[in-house]
Design a binder for this molecule. Structure first.
Ligand code: B4P
Length: 196
């Protein structure tokens, strides 16, 4: 199996590039953000709870997102690999993911981070907020709060995978095609030289 994590701050292009990666490499796309927004759209109790956190720019509790990922892995037993987008966002989520995969005799093959400056991120998210209807993208204070949460809770996940020698990063600014070209180089290299 080839399992990768697309990593980076809110608005760095994870959702955008995930579409390209999934199409080219046939991985199953698991985006916790999309799964949570589906729960909200379906007005489930989980969605109602999650919306309270998301609208404030906070993370949804670990046990909620870990449970969602566990269910999704079970639903795709025949997958040849997974692309995790926006997950894990805390070290506890990363440890839980490593455990879930090891139960399936698998592991993370690659973590790839997209690096984008904060000013560019704010511009992209406010721009998306104009058309997406996403309530977490319309208020600059909420966007800035998401960056603080990212620095405090999510950045340490990079250290977790750096220690395991699985962490790589590329510049996430430029055209979508240019960035996808750089992503393909890293993935192809890792597929040729897996970490054993
Ligand atoms: P997510 O849905 O993961 O969203 P995101 O981080 O805001 O955005 P993403 O990075 O995917 O956006 P993209 O760059 O594609 O999370 C939303 C919320 O859900 C979180 O704040 C949290 O509350 C909750 N949540 C999700 N997962 C969780 C977890 N594991 N644990 C706890 N809580 C969780 O797109 C951004 C914009 O940039 C788009 O408009 C796009 O068109 C544009 N763009 C992309 N690439 C570009 C480029 N190269 N140049 C210019 N613009 C570009």
């Amino acid at each position: 199996m080839f399992n990768m994590i697309l990593f980076g701050p809110p608005g760095s292009g994870k959702g955008t590039q995930s579409e390209n990666i999934v199409e080219k490499y046939g991985l199953v796309h698991l985006s916790t953000g999309n799964l949570l927004r589906e729960e909200i759209a379906n007005k489930t109790p989980l969605g109602t709870e999650a919306k309270n956190f998301m609208d404030k720019g906070q993370l949804v509790p670990d046990e909620v997102v870990i449970g969602m990922i566990d269910n999704s892995l079970e639903h795709h037993k025949d997958a040849t690999g997974f692309l995790f987008d926006g997950f894990p966002r805390t070290v506890a989520q990363a440890e839980a993911l490593d455990k879930l995969l090891s139960l399936k005799k698998s592991e993370i093959s690659l973590v790839l981070a997209l690096e984008v400056s904060e000013e560019e991120l704010v511009k992209r998210l406010l721009n998306r907020g104009k058309t997406s209807g996403r309530s977490d993208d319309t208020d600059e204070a909420v966007i800035r709060k998401r960056f603080t949460v990212y620095t405090n809770e999510t950045e340490p996940v990079a250290g977790h995978y750096r220690q395991l020698k699985k962490f790589n990063s590329i510049k996430g600014e430029g055209s979508v095609d240019e960035i996808f070209g750089a992503i393909k180089n890293v993935i192809d290299k890792r597929m040729r030289h897996p970490i054993i």
